[in-house]
Write a protein that binds this ligand. Structure first.
Ligand code: ATP
Length: 490
């Protein structure tokens, strides 16, 4: 079916760009595809059109006369917030999360752009906008609903939830960054649940657990006989979350050849199953998470810049738990309630134990706090969680301070507690001693392999996935060992 058959002729696009050739060609091609286009060379004319015209979509250059400080985009979001806006630029910079959301950007394209990609982006934005406008009140009620899964009152979290609410009506891809255990997956699920895609599937794709050779077939599916072991046709994960959300966890771990394959699927929402000749088209939103500093990965050539821009239209940075103030106690009480056995009495914390939780630096973030509360529930013999029910690293104020100080000296010092000299050394439990030994082993291994995960996994006789699990458990990031080597060489 031709594009012109799929869309009503009346759908109107405002195109603003100061490059005459781009403006003319894009206008002509979009008209041929069945749209009505108004082309203007600067922001002033675009604003005048926006005030009087009835548009279904705006396609705008980011840098052109009259759009200094994003004036056109701001005006657009004030005048017509419900009309999708696609930004197209020759000088890419990732807009901040708040800015992207405030301006309601549906997509962000980097010149030179293939017309095919531009048309896909336009179709997708229009389809989503139609869906959003006809969305049932059920969807709206859900969007407004307060989350009962995300606990926290701090200003950073409230701002994040506000952003999530606002992006629920868009289909922009989201990149979530933050230290391990800060709740990236929880936030990704929330984005899905609050979006118009909540009826579709939320599909987790763990990039550390994907074997390079199987990635394509796992993601895109395969035909029977496509390779040894392909005994029947299989649907890939992307097809399974058609209409839903694909969540790529630990995106920064995706090897380069796989990044190229993912890029095509993200750009075109089309892929070809292994062994097939028939492309499959889906409508999927991509939400990704990583502990790595992807900008650094891009700068060093380890991560594709085009994929980074495609996936990071909206960038959410989660705060570490140590910066979330009283949320530590809020979360601790939540876990005490959530994790206690059903028939047991509610538990509370002594003042001393609350102080210990508030002073500790939580290198493993919310995941570590959850484990600490789980352990406390098991050890606690009364209805009060006392200092004695907390792990040794939290018990001593002096010791906690040492941990914080050491955290600045490098990754290997951030967890291992240093005994204060004045204190008689306490014997750790067997579990704690094993944990510490394992931690020291991993630090040594990462140092020896300069943060190269594949090499470290080989030396440790583990799969990459197995090693990643261990690193996550100890809140160790291989990238930090790589960066350290680079920094030393600078
Ligand atoms: N705001 C929150 N309220 C309640 N529980 C939370 C919150 N955020 C995270 N958690 C809990 O903390 C744990 C870690 O969360 P999650 O797996 O989402 O972190 P992550 O940042 O994705 O971790 P990783 O980088 O290691 O994959 C989970 O048990 C999750 O349920």
């Amino acid at each position: 079916m031709a594009a012109s058959d799929e869309y009503k002729k009346t759908e109107r696009i405002l195109i603003a760009d100061d490059e005459p050739l781009f403006l003319r060609t894009t206008g002509e091609l979009l008209r041929k595809s069945g749209f009505e286009c108004v082309c203007v060379p600067d922001a002033k004319s675009a604003m005048a059109e926006l005030e009087t015209g009835d548009f279904d979509l705006v396609l705008s250059d980011l840098n052109m006369p009259g759009n200094l400080k994003l004036e056109l985009l701001r005006k657009h979001s004030d005048l017509q917030p419900e009309i999708p806006l696609i930004v197209i630029t020759g000088v890419p910079t990732l807009p901040s999360a708040i800015e992207s959301v405030r301006l309601g950007i549906a997509d962000y394209l980097v010149k030179p752009v293939k017309f095919e990609d531009l048309l896909n982006s336009v179709k997708k934005a229009l389809a989503n906008s139609r869906r959003t406008q006809t969305r049932s009140s059920r969807g709206r009620a859900k969007t407004a609903e307060k989350s009962n899964r995300i606990i926290g009152e701090c200003s950073q979290l409230r701002e994040l939830l506000e952003i999530i609410n606002r992006i629920a009506t868009t289909d922009a891809n989201v990149l979530i960054t933050g230290e391990s255990g800060t709740g990236k997956e929880v936030i990704a699920r929330e984005i899905h649940d609050r979006s118009h895609r909540s009826g579709g599937k939320f599909q987790v794709i763990d990039c550390t657990s994907v074997l390079e050779a199987l990635f394509e077939s796992m993601l895109f599916g395969h035909k029977k006989g496509a390779f040894t072991g392909a005994v029947s046709d299989a649907e890939g994960l992307l097809k399974q979350c058609d209409g839903g959300t694909a969540f790529f966890d630990e995106l920064g771990e995706l090897p380069a050849p796989l990044q190229a394959k993912l890029l095509r699927a993200v750009q075109e929402q089309t892929f070809t199953p292994v062994g097939s000749h028939t492309p499959v088209t889906v409508n999927t939103r991509f939400v990704c998470a990583t502990n790595r500093d992807l900008e650094l990965e891009v700068a060093s050539g380890r991560f594709r810049r085009d994929l980074y821009y495609r996936l990071g239209v909206i960038h959410l940075e989660l705060p570490p738990l140590r910066d979330r103030g009283d949320d530590v106690l809020l979360l601790a009480n939540h876990f005490l309630e959530e994790l206690r056995p059903e028939d047991s009495s509610p538990l509370r914390m002594t003042e001393e134990s609350q102080n210990a939780l508030m002073t500790y630096s939580w290198p493993g973030n919310i995941r570590e706090l959850r484990n600490v509360m789980d352990r406390a529930i098991a050890l606690c013999t009364t209805e009060e969680v006392t200092l004695a029910d907390l792990p040794e690293r939290l018990r001593s104020q002096e010791q906690t301070e040492s941990v914080v100080l050491n955290a600045e000296q490098g990754p290997e010092a951030s967890i291992v507690p240093v005994e204060s000299e004045s204190e008689s050394a306490e014997v750790p439990t067997r579990e704690e001693a094993i944990e510490q030994a394992e931690y020291q082993y991993l630090v040594g291994l990462l140092k020896a392999c300069s943060g190269n995960v594949s090499e470290a996994a080989r030396q440790a006789n583990l799969s990459r996935q197995g090693l990643h699990k261990l690193l996550n458990k100890h809140n160790l990031r291989a990238a930090e060992f790589r960066n350290r080597v680079e920094k030393k060489q600078d």
